[in-house]
Design a protein around this ligand. Structure first.
Ligand code: ATR
Length: 282
């Protein structure tokens, strides 16, 4: 029988996960199908139980259910524990619900493996203090940057997140204004400002010469933060499409025990995006 997987979220219709996982399955010869589930805001735990109860093998969880998925997981990986959120669910040997979080590993793999960024010894700035920032803090610190600063529009939230995460390595919290003269080698945007078409407002000189910017969001065209990076002389301005594919590959590895090749899938998604963008202009 074909193994069943799904991504659950609300909204869900634009999720690229079914396309990504069906490409992985084709490439690795795995007999599986992967669908979309529109999660009910009132009834998430029951939906998860129904899916696994009817023979489902694994789920990806997206906005706004990642924290709730963490709460209902009876076993959690260290990555899920530190993120306070779960994006990958599976059943353990005894039928218990197991929660993982592959977002942080996905970011790290995209930065280092796909794009060749050397994190060790670098000065890194992480923007935002919500769930997206929290999910990548620990994996970033494991890359041994010289310094990691978490900065947020509401400075107190950044200070609280830094204090709560200090067991994972040296980091400090900051407001955005205090970043003037920071000269960071890498600035990662984990805020949701881009969803409203904006970039966080940053001092002009917080990016080092030859620094890179990474936006955890992605879109049809250049994101507002990639635009900010380009306008401030970044050597590279990366968006979150590679992270999306890499976090999916980590989930696939957890479920199937096989690591798919992510590069052709990243290329496929970028090509699809360009075609749509060109089509929009004509
Ligand atoms: P998520 O789970 O996606 O991280 P969240 O918990 O709502 O979502 O957090 C959103 C983050 O984006 C916060 O850090 C927020 O800053 P505040 O804590 O000051 O609200 C940040 N954010 C949203 N819009 C922003 C904007 N226009 N400029 C700067 N930061 C913004």
């Amino acid at each position: 029988m074909t193994d069943r997987y799904a991504v659950i979220g609300n909204p869900i219709e634009h999720s690229k996960s079914p396309l990504i996982h069906s490409e992985f399955a084709r490439q690795t010869g795995q007999d599986m199908e992967y669908g979309r589930l529109l999660g009910n805001l009132e009834d998430f735990p029951a939906e998860v139980r129904r899916f696994f109860g009817s023979g489902g093998c694994g789920m990806n969880v997206t906005v706004p259910f990642k924290e709730e998925a963490w709460r209902i997981s009876s076993e959690r990986s260290p990555e899920a524990e530190s993120a306070g959120a779960v994006n990958t669910l599976s059943l353990g040997r005894g039928g218990e619900l197991r929660g993982d979080n592959t977002d942080g590993v996905g970011l790290l793999r995209d930065l280092t493996e796909n794009n060749g960024f050397e994190l060790a010894g670098k000065r890194v700035l992480l923007l935002g203090a919500g769930g997206a920032a929290r999910g990548v803090l620990r994996p970033l610190l494991e890359g041994r940057p010289a310094e990691l600063v978490v900065a947020n529009r509401t400075a107190a939230r950044a200070a609280a997140l830094a204090a709560a995460s200090k067991a994972y390595g040296p980091l400090r919290g900051s407001g955005l204004d205090a970043l003037a003269g920071g000269h960071f080698d890498l600035i990662i945007n984990a805020t949701s400002a881009g969803l409203a078409g904006a970039a966080p407002s940053l001092p002009d000189d917080c990016l080092a010469p030859h620094g890179w910017t990474y936006d955890m969001l992605y879109g049809e065209g250049q994101t507002p933060f990639c635009h900010w990076g380009a306008a401030h002389g970044a050597d590279r301005t990366l968006d979150g499409l590679g992270m999306l594919v890499e976090q999916a590959a980590e989930s696939f590895l957890l479920w199937r025990g096989v690591r798919p090749d992510t590069r052709p899938v990243i290329c496929l998604l970028r090509r699809g995006r360009n075609v749509r963008r060109e089509g929009d202009q004509t």
